[in-house]
Write a protein that binds this ligand. Structure first.
Ligand code: BES
Ligand code: ZN
Length: 399
């Protein structure tokens, strides 16, 4: 909480400096998100703002009165829970150049994301439909493969099983497709399920499907990977199942991913995130679920703060407080690019990873033959909490 406030404060201070300076230098061109701009207009119809240009989700506008900027800044924070919801410039050229740079960096998504929480009915009913037993069944199935190593046949078979499972869960929906994303350097494919929304904006819920154990003979080593990461993939599956079966029709396009080859350097997610960046896909938020079922800390959920997006992490905190107040949560660092969220972050997309424990208290049996469901208490009770959080995240980010 303290960190949030501090950083928000610094941005605010920066903005007020900008506003202050604007009296002297006339920074009367602003760049802001379409959503923020629209709510400014509807709340204050008397504002005198001329739209210069609308580009994708951005509005470049000219303000006639300086106090209007303060009004928008206030709205950005209070209504849209955004730190720094607009930028001000002296000239039109500077504003246009800024938009160009933002688009090139893809960081526009982080800047524009709308973290308003206002879908209470949908979220509560979705959360009520989640089931521990179905998460448990997927953990059991995935951990029954000898391993899910990226180079082994069982690593291909496990992803094939998952693709078939996701297809059977969604076959009644013509707006949902399930595909492999093939990788040229190794046999294991990633699996992607897509619920086509009204827009091409993309929300990604993912986890890695591969597992690993030992140092040599890894293709034959017993690597059940029940926690790392059958638990995450089973959690992703529960979110897909719940949304598909409730008939949820999204505004944005929602993609569910089981990445190949995470354990050998985030290879699958790296290729997917790079491809999405190259294709200009507008990924507005990514949730990574890697290890969700070992309940080993006082807090139920730990939000990893490095290689992730701070604003989106704060959004997760707000979602937990509102929808899952019975859970306690905290923050911790991984210390390095420990999972697939880092692949998305590297491409400029906002990513978060809620984790099962504090880093030092995580399941010590991963990457061995003892990473089993029995060694996590035999239920998926802990993972269920993450499925609920991921549903709240998906629905609230979607609309
Ligand atoms: N699930 C583990 C590690 C992890 C720890 C993920 C904490 C998220 C939070 C992951 O599959 C893993 O083993 N990662 C590797 C690094 C990777 C780049 C090969 C590791 O931690 O050694
Ligand atoms: Zn893992």
């Amino acid at each position: 909480m303290k960190i949030t406030r501090k950083i928000c404060f610094q941005l605010l201070a920066g903005l007020s400096l900008l506003t202050f300076n604007s009296y002297a230098f006339e920074h009367n061109y602003i760049v802001t998100g379409k959503d923020l701009f629209q709510s400014t207009q509807s709340l204050h119809s008397n504002l005198q703002i001329d739209i210069i240009k609308v580009e994708k989700d951005l509005v470049i506008a000219k303000t006639k009165i300086m106090s209007e900027q303060a009004e928008i800044s206030h709205l950005a924070h209070e209504e849209h829970q955004r730190c720094g919801g607009f930028f001000a410039f002296q000239t039109k050229e500077e504003a246009l150049q800024f938009v160009k740079e933002q688009k090139e960096n893809s960081n526009i998504n982080a800047f524009l994301a709308d973290y308003t929480i206002n879908q209470e009915d949908l979220v509560r009913s979705a959360i009520a439909n989640t089931k521990e037993s179905s998460i448990r069944a997927v953990i059991e199935k995935l951990s029954s493969f000898n391993n899910r190593y990226y180079k082994s046949q069982t690593g291909v078979d496990s992803q094939q099983w998952l693709k078939d499972h996701w297809t059977s869960l969604t076959s009644h929906r013509s707006d949902i497709s399930v595909d492999f994303f093939s990788h040229s350097s190794y046999p294991q494919p990633s699996v992607i399920a897509t619920i086509k929304g009204k827009s091409d904006d993309v929300i990604v819920i993912g986890g890695h499907g591969d597992s690993i154990a030992g140092w040599w003979g890894r293709t034959n080593a017993h690597a059940p990977g029940a926690d790392d990461n059958a638990s995450g993939v089973a959690t992703v599956t529960e979110v897909l199942k719940t949304l598909a079966q409730s008939g949820y029709q999204p505004e944005k396009t929602i993609m569910f991913m089981s990445y190949a080859a995470e354990e050998v350097g985030l290879l699958g997610s790296k290729e997917i995130a790079q491809t999405f960046k190259r294709q200009g896909k507008n990924v507005v938020g990514v949730m990574q679920l890697d290890m969700t079922n070992f309940n080993g800390s006082n807090d139920d959920i730990t939000i990893i703060t490095d290689y992730t997006n701070e604003a989106q992490n704060n959004f997760l905190g707000s979602l937990l407080d509102k929808y899952l107040p019975e859970l306690s949560w905290g923050r911790d660092t991984c210390g390095y690019a420990c999972s697939d969220h880092a692949s998305w972050t590297a491409q400029g997309f906002p990513a978060s990873t809620p984790f099962e424990t504090r880093k030092r208290e995580m399941n010590g049996r991963i990457h061995s033959s003892r990473d089993t469901l029995d060694n996590m208490g035999g239920t998926a009770d802990h993972a269920l909490k993450f499925a609920k959080l991921a549903l709240a995240f998906t629905i609230e980010l979607d609309r």
